[in-house]
Design a protein around this ligand. Structure first.
Ligand code: MN
Length: 336
């Protein structure tokens, strides 16, 4: 999806001191990040639960954006329709628990995003894409995750990759490892920095131990819970941050408070080690770069007053591209 905020702030994202396991709950090494509701606008006023970036933490490895949404009834109207919009300097992971989305991008990809499958779009120097829920979709439920590209790779050619991980049982849990590796299960999809991404499902009344790379920091986003992580309760919609140096997560699900199974997304990676600037759907390294990305999008695509350049074009979308919001008067909102 897009960041559809009408008045997005420009934010500086950086690794924080305290990325090692300290702060938060001293016994578990966990720091619980609450979500905030972000309205996406439009007549149906869908909203998402954003847990990253936020003031106390803006990066987990190279993961820089976590929007969690649904389950939302999309049977009225046209469903979810996100017109063509741009991205730079990042990768997007559209991860679904329910529903299907038709994806088209300016790298020439046309894909159906389905639950439990990785759809990884690398914006690199610039891409645009549209996302529309399929006519058969009644419920949309999922997460939109962004990965910041390290400086050495952020001008890469745009591309799109699809991968359907095979579910693997680890103890009582079922893992879908879509990026990196976890508990000996590896994704074949290459990454631009060392990182991991996986869905973990656990029936109620069960537990699992997940061995971690202690060089990584991690985040546990609870989609269905609550769950207990290393002795700390983590509620639905919360993102538990786990600092470096933690070698395993003991995850437990009691047998009364969860309907069906608990479900979480585990993300993690080595600290990015760079400061990045994020505004709307762009990631750059300074304010002037963001201004240039916005100018190119408006002139080349929205107003079509210049020839196609950075963002190419998207075929077969019936409607106008998404105009960029005005840049805020305040340049940068440092985080932390
Ligand atoms: Mn997008």
């Amino acid at each position: 999806m897009s960041n559809l905020e009408r008045d997005p702030a420009e934010v500086l994202l950086e690794d924080r001191a305290g990325g090692d396991a300290m702060g938060g709950d001293a016994a578990s090494g966990l720091e619980i990040l609450q979500s905030r509701d972000v309205p996406l606008g439009g007549p149906r006023a869908m909203s998402v639960r954003r847990t990253l970036p936020q003031r106390s933490r803006s990066l987990i490895g190279a993961w820089c954006f976590v929007d969690h949404y649904g389950p939302d009834d999309v049977t009225r109207g046209r469903g979810m329709v996100v017109p063509p919009h741009p991205h730079t300097g990042l990768q997007t992971v559209s991860w679904l628990f329910a529903g299907e989305i038709d994806h088209r991008d300016s790298a020439g990809s046309h894909a159906t995003v389905r639950p439990g499958e990785l759809n990884l779009m690398t914006a690199g120097r610039g891409i645009q894409h549209s996302e529309v829920s399929t006519p058969d979709t009644t419920t949309l439920h999922g997460a939109q995750l962004w990965i910041a590209l390290p400086d050495a790779f952020r001008h890469a050619e745009p591309r799109f990759e699809h991968f359907a991980p095979v579910p693997v049982a680890v103890g009582d849990a079922v893992l879908l490892v879509f990026l990196g590796s976890l508990c000996g299960v590896a994704s074949p999809v290459p990454t631009f920095s060392p990182l991991v991404g996986a869905q973990v499902d656990l029936p109620r009344g069960s537990r699992v131990r997940l061995d971690l790379d202690p060089a990584f920091e991690h985040g546990v986003l609870v989609d269905a819970g609550p769950i207990t992580v290393n002795g700390s309760l983590v509620e639905e919609g919360e993102l538990a941050f786990v600092g470096r140096g933690i070698r395993s997560l003991e995850i437990e699900v009691d047998d009364v408070s969860v309907e069906g199974s608990a479900r979480l997304l585990l993300i993690g990676g080595e600290p990015l080690g760079e400061q990045i600037v994020m505004w709307w759907n762009f990631i750059g390294r300074d304010h002037s770069e963001i201004v240039e990305f916005r100018r190119a999008w408006q002139e080349e695509v929205v107003l079509a007053s210049a020839g196609a350049g950075r963002f190419g074009h998207v075929d077969s979308f019936d409607g106008a591209p998404l105009p960029a919001p005005e840049m805020p008067g305040v340049r940068l909102k440092p985080r932390g």
